[in-house]
Design a protein. Structure first.
Length: 452
């Protein structure tokens, strides 16, 4: 191993606990003497490449599972308009200069929004891309209108205009927005002679980890997995849960007192067969979270898009503390994707009245607001913003804005999101569990062997 990584003692202790191995076991099997102290402040262990490989083999994990991760996340990253412009890269499609892409800031390993110059001219049908696993929120940030295309066949669902806002009274709501699902082909062209741009946040899919693991399954196993989930989601989960717990519709009916024919109807795809009271009885009987058995209530059109027009945004305007906020496209089937317009108009004084449990991306669109935040050491920071300046703000970082201006705010599940929200609502002794897990270095309860 030419450049061995540093080993994280907290990760190592986690895997020792998971594999039920003590430092003495490690020493006996590998000859490595581990110096692990619960009160140690060391953030890495000094091990050779050969020792790291032996440890990983004994624990049956990839070396990456033991390695020190990226540098500690900053509280905030600022990127000026000029720095964003320096990220420009041209994209060719259909024989023309089709887009310019620009990246906004984010820590290493995180996904950041991109800004696109739309260059395909009006009158030319934009060539579709191939889609991607990650869902996305896309906003027209003007100044012109844009044609969006979402399929080979051209109809009202697959060909529409994302309008720029022409309403000067609410200029901070800059344009139409929409959500797109996984693997929906899409493309854009100008819808007039004005230049136009979009900001698009292609967010990490909640299926990413599952599908990465599933790529290692056999073809037959994967085919069965797809078959199990090819029908109504509620029916699929109930069927999977029955098989896993060795139940049938008949035995579940006997265990819950729910008529067998109602359970069978649900398994056949009838979303109305079982009510919430009945699902609450099924949950404990099967040992599953009954909320996962509720039928989904998605908000999208027939090809998966969810739309929010400028007019919808204006209708949603509300006061939020010292700010005015307005909605972008949002939907329960993509609960981690958040988009907001934020207007600022107050004295240029420090205020830390915002924080979010996920990471947030801000793009300044109007005026000259001032951003305020505290860093990881508690020190106060101030940054003047101009249009096209941008910020990444970490999870649970107090921050705020003053002065006069407007911003776009985008967020996804980085930090933590929908899947973690579900898990946290069911976690036993939640505060104690979260406190213990923070850089946990305690072993699982063995007594060190006394040296002879």
């Amino acid at each position: 191993m030419p450049n061995p990584p540093s080993i994280d003692p907290y990760k190592l202790m986690h895997w020792l606990n998971a594999r039920k191995l003590t430092p003495e076991h490690v020493r006996d099997h590998t000859g490595i003497a581990l110096d692990l102290h619960p009160d140690s402040a060391e953030e890495s262990l000094d091990l050779s490449g050969a020792e790291i490989l032996k440890l990983a083999e004994l624990l049956d994990v990839p070396v990456d599972e033991l390695a020190v991760g990226p540098a500690r996340q900053p509280a905030v990253l600022f990127q000026s308009r000029a720095e964003t412009a320096a990220t420009r890269r041209a994209v060719q499609r259909d024989g023309i200069h089709f887009y310019n892409y620009y990246s906004l800031p984010a820590p290493s390993g995180h996904i950041a929004p991109v800004v696109l110059d739309i260059l395909c001219p009006e009158g030319q049908l934009p060539k579709l891309n191939n889609g991607h696993l990650e869902p996305a929120i896309t906003v027209n940030i003007g100044p012109g209108d844009i044609h969006g295309r979402w399929g080979e066949e051209i109809n009202d669902l697959t060909w529409a205009v994302l309008k720029a806002n022409r309403n000067s009274e609410h200029a901070w709501i800059v344009g139409d927005s929409y959500l797109e699902p996984s693997y929906r082909p899409h493309s854009y062209s100008l819808a007039g002679q004005e230049p136009a741009r979009i900001i698009s946040y292609t967010c990490k899919s909640n299926l990413h980890a599952l599908l990465t693991r599933a790529n290692e399954w056999t073809d037959a196993s994967y085919d069965r997995f797809v078959e199990d989930w090819s029908g109504e989601g509620q029916a699929a989960l109930l069927g999977v849960s029955l098989r896993r717990r060795a139940h049938t519709a008949r035995s579940l009916a006997a265990a819950t007192g729910i008529p067998e024919q109602k359970i069978a109807a649900c398994l056949s795809g009838d979303r109305d067969a079982l009510g919430v009271t009945e699902l609450r009885r099924i949950g404990p009987a099967l040992g599953v979270d009954h909320r996962l058995l509720l039928p989904a209530e998605p908000v999208h059109d027939e090809i998966g898009k969810t739309w929010c027009s400028v007019e919808d945004g204006i209708a949603s305007i509300r006061e939020f503390g010292a700010y005015r906020a307005a909605s972008m496209a949002g939907a329960p089937q993509l609960p981690d994707i958040v988009g907001l317009y934020l207007a600022v108009d107050r004295d240029d004084t420090c205020s830390l009245d915002l924080f979010d449990h996920g990471a947030s991306h801000y793009l300044a669109t109007l005026g000259t607001p001032t951003a305020w935040w505290t860093d990881e050491n508690g020190a106060m920071h101030k940054q003047a913003l101009a249009p096209d300046d941008s910020l990444w703000v970490g999870p649970c970082v107090p921050h705020g804005f003053s002065g006069e201006g407007a911003l776009i705010k985008l967020g996804n599940g980085e930090g933590y999101g929908y899947l973690e929200h579900l898990e946290l609502t069911q976690t036993v002794r939640r505060p104690q569990t979260l406190r213990r897990a923070r850089r946990d270095s305690a072993n699982w309860g063995y007594e060190p062997t006394t040296a002879n």
